[in-house]
Design a protein around this ligand. Structure first.
Ligand SMILES: Cc1cc2nc3c(=O)[nH]c(=O)nc-3n(C[C@H](O)[C@H](O)[C@H](O)COP(=O)(O)OP(=O)(O)OC[C@H]3O[C@@H](n4cnc5c(N)ncnc54)[C@H](O)[C@@H]3O)c2cc1C
Length: 287
């Protein structure tokens, strides 16, 4: 196991994000995806965490399985919404006993089917960072929102909050975005607020245009109109949509690395094809 903060000190990172599968078929597919992505030697992988009961157990199961592989460093996501302090302490302690050294500390959102769920003992991700540090010697990351958090009252308070949160974390990982300028502006504004924490850029290769537009609306990422038009023009051709998705993600990743991003975090949606293609293209560009 390795700490992500140490990996970032050594050079640029490449990481892959997965979600916990709901079915046996989904679990088999995730295993295949991991087998296909492992040869790319990712710096680390991460597994998302849901606010509902059974999805939490699935995250722990997927994290445990990934952690059993000697060649893969895993970072569980953890959300504090709906949890007591004791539950969070127990979960983080159990990860520590497994030898896991990294956690992405998040507030989380209430699940769609339980919008009025009890908020839990902690209100903000920054409080969870503190709790994780109290439990053990973890490298702790937080979410960063370059285009602002969708529920923020205004951009100024959002930026202030994000700067304060990043200052207590070891690294940030951004929400996905499509314009390199949004990332650079965010990093610049954080630096001007005294943030020195590395901010890893989140990149999503589009494989399904409707799905990405839904995700973008939920997360506050703005899809450039020229990209939407390009995808719409090939709405009947899924192969072409995937090809555009890989091209766009490659170009964005290449520029991000050239502009100094400390790492790329690829949202895989549990599929290997697009992340592999982006990786291959980047190697070609580098060559
Ligand atoms: C890389 C990444 C991974 C994610 N993984 C998951 C996951 O696994 N599971 C999941 O459920 N969700 C996940 N999310 C989504 C995330 O949980 C939501 O965006 C959630 O609404 C906010 O979480 P946060 O940790 O950014 O919260 P926080 O940092 O606590 O707050 C979010 C926003 O609230 C506002 N805010 C907070 N505190 C203050 C304050 N004191 N003053 C003013 N404004 C304030 C700010 O606008 C702030 O940006 C992820 C997001 C990212 C970017």
């Amino acid at each position: 196991m390795t700490k992500i903060a140490e990996l970032l000190d050594q050079g640029k990172t490449l990481s892959f994000e997965f979600f916990p599968p709901k079915t046996d078929k989904g679990r088999d597919r995730l295993r295949e995806t991991i087998t296909e992505l492992e040869p790319l030697e990712p710096s680390f992988t991460s597994v998302t965490y849901g606010a509902g009961g059974s999805t939490r157990e699935r995250t722990v199961d997927a994290v445990t399985e990934l952690n059993e592989s000697d060649s893969i460093t895993v970072m569980p996501h953890l959300t504090c919404i709906g949890h007591t302090r004791e539950e969070l302490t127990e979960l983080v302690g159990a990860y520590g006993r497994q030898g896991i050294q990294n956690v992405l500390a998040l507030r989380g959102d209430p699940p769609k089917d339980a919008p009025d769920m009890e908020p839990g003992d902690l209100e903000r991700a920054a409080e969870l960072v503190e709790l994780v540090r109290e439990v053990g010697d973890f490298s702790v990351g937080v979410a960063a929102h370059p285009e602002g958090h969708p529920l923020a009252p205004d951009m100024e308070s959002d930026r202030q909050h994000q700067a304060a949160k990043l200052k207590v974390a070891d690294f940030g990982v951004t929400q996905f975005f499509f314009r390199v300028e949004d990332y650079l502006r965010f990093v610049d504004e954080m630096e001007r607020r005294g943030v020195e924490t590395p901010i890893i850029a989140g990149v999503i290769p589009i494989t399904d245009a409707n799905q990405i537009q839904r995700f973008a609306a939920m997360s506050g990422a703005d899809m450039p109109s020229e990209l939407v038009e390009r995808l719409d023009a090939h709405a009947d051709d899924p192969d072409e949509v995937r090809r555009i998705g890989v091209d766009v993600a490659t170009e964005l990743s290449d520029r991000l690395l050239a502009e100094g991003a400390p790492g790329l975090h690829i949202y895989t949606l549990n599929r290997a094809e697009a992340p592999r293609a982006v990786h291959e293209n980047l190697e070609l560009v580098a060559a």
